[in-house]
Design a protein around this ligand. Structure first.
Ligand code: FAD
Ligand code: UDP
Length: 379
């Protein structure tokens, strides 16, 4: 690209999309500047080191994929460890394994064989089916009906209802059925939360992944695109924008909504607080949804005791307001319609690439972001 502007690409946002784009563009010989309004690089995968523990500042991040190209790519930047996500649920002081598997069924009902577990669930499914038939319904109309059909009332009331209502701030009867469809139900003793072929955490934390992607690329933090838009726009032929799409268009059609999470972080003066990275609190009366103990993402077995302290975060799910971090797009009809209007404007921009969670107003896990940028033609 012949240009009198100092950069080929101005990349707004140093999260996984921006960093990954910068890596590909730099590799293709393009001159890039990455700016971020936060005081650090990495977006939501950023970790802060406390007592040698990598604390996931914006919520627990577990990388998982079935795509070998994506897995090999990230491992070429930083090797990943063997962390396997196996959350535990705490309901009224009793612990249950997740996802729903033979361990859970044993803890719930004392059943020891897959046949006995299936029979128990089938009995409860039939109750749900007859209630639906009596109401003249054939397809589950909401999350509650879907959950009752999938797994029955005992598990729904103990492990799903309270957690889901806290997480989404809405009644299960007002939530769409699809949210719960992706939860695995297994008749084997397997606490691995994901069905993917590969999972893990970068050894040394996510900052190493981001630093590896941005090696050789110019970066600037504490730099908000909107505070000096015309200046930033003059610097490059093309812009890669990973911020909020509605903000890019000055909210001309109105504001998009998000769900967010508030974290209460605590350094605890003991080496092992809960024995697991993730414990979900599934009762409605506990105000937080889960407690993350960060050291378990990277320290296993005896090495947990090599660091005498531990860092935990309690997660409170809240409705987003201006000034809060926008985390999860709200996929209801009004927001989808609004997002579509902004996307139509974005599609007509010749020199701006909109990418990532905020610019596409779409929930992305990390691996699909990597996959998407690996497939882009950088010109
Ligand atoms: P972001 O990481 O949000 O990056 C956007 C960047 O743009 C930010 O750094 C922001 O500061 C910057 N920016 C925005 N506006 C401006 C502006 N005006 N000027 C300058 N900079 C700007 N994925 C998984 O695969 N596994 C998980 O376990 C997992 N857990 C998650 C938990 C939570 C709580 C959340 C919110 C997400 C989780 N994800 C997980 C998803 C993962 O975080 C995303 O896939 C990834 O962060 C998306 O990267 P991104 O670049 O699109 O967005
Ligand atoms: N879920 C639940 N109990 C749990 C964990 C999850 O009821 O202990 C439900 C909840 O509705 C959640 C959905 O399952 O929204 C999907 O869970 P997952 O962990 O995949 O979603 P995430 O929190 O990553 O959006």
């Amino acid at each position: 690209m012949s240009s009198r502007k100092p950069y080929d690409y101005l990349i707004v946002g140093s999260g996984l999309f921006g960093a990954m784009f910068a890596y590909r563009a730099h590799e293709a010989g393009k001159k890039c500047l990455v700016i971020d309004k936060r005081s650090h690089l990495g977006g939501n995968v950023f970790c802060e080191s406390i007592d040698g523990i990598n604390v996931h500042k914006y919520g627990a991040h577990i990388f998982h994929t079935s795509n070998p190209e994506v897995w090999n790519f990230v491992n070429s930047i930083v090797p990943f460890n063997r962390y396997t996500n196996s959350p535990v649920a705490n309901y009224a002081g009793r612990l249950y394994n997740l996802p729903f598997n033979m361990n859970t069924f044993y803890q719930m009902w004392g059943v020891t064989t897959p046949e006995a577990a299936k029979a128990k669930i089938e009995e409860q499914r039939q109750e749900a089916l007859s209630a639906m038939r009596a109401a003249g319904v054939t397809e589950p109309r909401n999350l509650e009906e879907q959950a009752l059909l999938l797994i029955g009332r005992d598990i729904y009331e103990t492990l799903i209802k309270g957690y889901t209502e806290k997480q989404w701030g809405r009644k299960c009867t007002d939530l769409p059925a699809f949210i719960i469809k992706r939860l695995p139900v297994r008749f084997v003793f397997d606490n691995n939360y994901f069905n993917d072929k590969y999972q893990g955490i970068p050894i040394g934390g996510y900052n190493i992944l981001i630093d590896g992607l941005l090696a050789g690329v110019e970066t600037k933090v504490n730099a908000d695109f909107f505070e000096n838009r015309s200046y930033w726009e003059c610097l490059a032929d093309k812009i890669v924008f990973t911020g909020k799409i509605d903000e890019f268009y000055d909210y001309r059609f109105g504001k998009l909504n998000y769900r967010t999470v508030r974290f209460e972080q605590e350094v605890v003066d003991r080496p092992n607080y809960q024995g697991n990275a993730v414990v979900n609190y599934t009762e409605a009366s506990v105000p937080y949804t889960r407690i993350i103990e960060h050291k378990h993402f990277e320290m296993f077995g005896q090495s947990v005791y090599d660091v005498p302290t531990t860092v935990i975060s309690r997660e409170f799910s809240t409705e987003w307001q201006d000034g809060m971090e926008p985390y999860y797009p709200v996929n209801d009809e009004a927001n989808n319609r609004l997002a579509q209007k902004y996307r139509e404007l974005a599609d007509a921009e010749p020199n701006v690439i909109f990418g990532g969670r905020l610019a596409e107003y779409k929930y992305y896990d990390m691996a699909p972001i990597i996959e998407k940028v690996l497939q882009l033609d950088i010109i």
